[in-house]
Design a binder for this molecule. Structure first.
Ligand code: PNW
Length: 479
């Protein structure tokens, strides 16, 4: 289709922002310093060590809590104009519950934000990137509606103290992973594994918490600081296996992306109709008196609609889908959606087996998002590839080269309104249950050295060139 010639000579628009992304628990370390409280990842790694592949934890991680000036020097060297990071809730409210905010935790982030500003790097801050305070988890975490006012108070304290220094706010990173992987399976803390029930309860409270945080910013802080606030959703592109799988692929997009985006980004609001219908139907078959998917009141629907100034997308991969026709009566998210996803044998794979290299899927999902939700801005808040480490990371260069070409085409040729891109990740870091086995960094971190030295990989040099030239240069395609 000549797609490669077409993609090879494009420039990114002048106002397009290049960045990198990290998250607090994955890089900061200093897990119990300066008054920080315990969060669910401290709790999981310390008490259920066997669940982590290399039995490691984030106690020290990249030690970015102490080495943040070094990290910012790396960002400067790369030439990025935006840095996406997250605040650790337990540093600000050590007890989780919203009383006695911790001055040392706040002071740390003020110093960090000042250093970013001194280097002319725009701050894109996530309020919640999975490290929930443990005391809130003990009350049920996101399944307990009481979490909504706790999150609202945390957001308010963050806006109050950091609002003048943060241009982009992201309330929650990947609600689907929080609820589906954390409550509906055992892939992330709190490893609850109650699919079809706890995941939907989690989602219901999480969406309300997001909306309330948005309204607090909108009503009280926007006129002071003029920033933007939104949510980041993980988007896999689901491609119909054959033309007759189109309805199935759309259903899969609705269950995975629409679950979160439909209530916030459409004019009708509420969960996607197909999700309500499928879950209600199966709930009845299973003998439930009402659907396992909770219902929003009309008032809630109205207050959730429109609560995002931009659409944040984390995108890594794509799959083909077909109908699954699951006839058993198990209570499970995947039996609710009745879709089966599969990858092509020929696709390259990251060290994380779920990441298949399907660069054209990136262009497709960006077009789908703009056509489906028509957001005024899209920000790609994560995109990346894992290997087992090493400085000559040719497979990562190949992944970024192809994905950036497709992003470039979506922006320039298809006119999708993507305003920024953050590569996951700046540094090798604690990759959740994979510990330090799988590496995502553009900079290597030596975790056996107490100084945690950082060294640029080939991908850092490649990305630096992309940023400087504002176009994707030559690279060797290996996957
Ligand atoms: C994202 N999946 O997680 C997170 O936002 C990061 O913290 C993480 O390090 C990064 O991607 C790489 O894994 C995901 O299985 C983890 O679909 C798993 C999935 C999606 C996102």
């Amino acid at each position: 289709k000549g797609i490669h010639c077409e993609l090879s000579n494009l420039y990114f628009p002048d106002d397009f922002l290049f960045g990198t992304a990290t998250s607090s628990y994955q890089i900061e370390g200093a897990w119990n310093e300066d008054g920080k409280g315990e969060n669910i990842w401290d709790h999981l790694t310390h008490n259920h060590t066997h669940l982590i592949r290399d039995r490691s934890n984030g106690d020290i991680a990249c030690d970015s809590y102490h080495k943040y000036k070094e990290d910012i020097a790396l960002l400067k060297d790369l030439g990025v104009s935006v840095y996406r990071f997250s605040f650790s809730w337990s540093r600000i409210f050590p007890h989780g519950h919203p009383y006695k905010p911790n001055p040392a935790g706040i002071a740390h982030y003020v110093a960090f934000l000042d250093e970013l500003a001194a280097n002319n790097i725009t701050a894109m801050a996530t309020l919640f990137h999975w490290d929930l305070p443990q005391p809130l988890q003990e009350l049920g975490g996101w399944t307990n509606p009481r979490i909504v006012p706790c999150f609202a108070e945390y957001a308010k304290v963050a806006f109050e103290n950091f609002g003048s220094k943060v241009k982009y706010w992201i309330t929650v990173n990947e609600p689907h992973q929080v609820c589906q992987e954390g409550y509906g399976s055992d892939n992330l803390a709190p490893v609850l594994n109650m699919s079809g029930i706890a995941d939907y309860q989690c989602g219901h409270n999480l969406i309300k918490a997001h909306a309330i945080a948005y309204h607090i910013y909108n009503d009280t802080y926007r006129h002071l600081y003029n920033g933007k606030i939104g949510i980041t959703i993980h988007g896999i592109w689901y491609e119909p296996q054959t033309p007759k799988d189109e309805e199935t692929a759309d259903r899969m997009m609705q269950f995975n992306f629409g679950w979160w985006a439909h209530p916030i980004f459409t004019s009708q609001g509420d969960y996607p109709a197909v999700m309500k219908e499928y879950i209600a139907k199966r709930s009845t078959l299973q003998g439930y008196k009402r659907s396992r998917l909770p219902e929003f009141t009309q008032e809630e629907i109205d207050s959730i609609k429109g609560t995002s100034d931009f659409l944040g997308l984390n995108h890594y991969t794509s799959y083909f889908v077909t109908d699954a026709k699951i006839n058993n009566l198990d209570t499970h998210f995947s039996s609710d959606h009745q879709v089966q996803a599969n990858a092509k044998i020929s696709w390259g794979s990251a060290a994380a087996p779920w990441i298949k290299v399907v660069p054209w899927g990136f262009r497709k999902i960006l077009n789908w998002l703009q056509n489906t939700y028509n957001p005024s801005e899209i920000h790609v808040t994560e995109n990346g590839f894992s290997d087992h480490g090493g400085l000559n990371d040719t497979t990562r260069v190949s992944y970024f080269g192809q994905y950036l070409q497709n992003l470039n085409a979506a922006i320039v040729l298809d006119k999708v309104r993507v305003k920024s891109y953050a590569a996951w990740s700046l540094l090798d870091n604690f990759e959740w249950l994979d510990g330090y086995v799988n590496r995502f960094g553009m900079y290597d971190v030596d975790f056996s050295d107490p100084n945690r030295p950082r060294t640029p990989k080939a991908s850092a040099l490649f990305y630096k060139d992309v940023i400087r030239n504002r176009r994707v240069g030559e690279f060797v395609k290996v996957n």
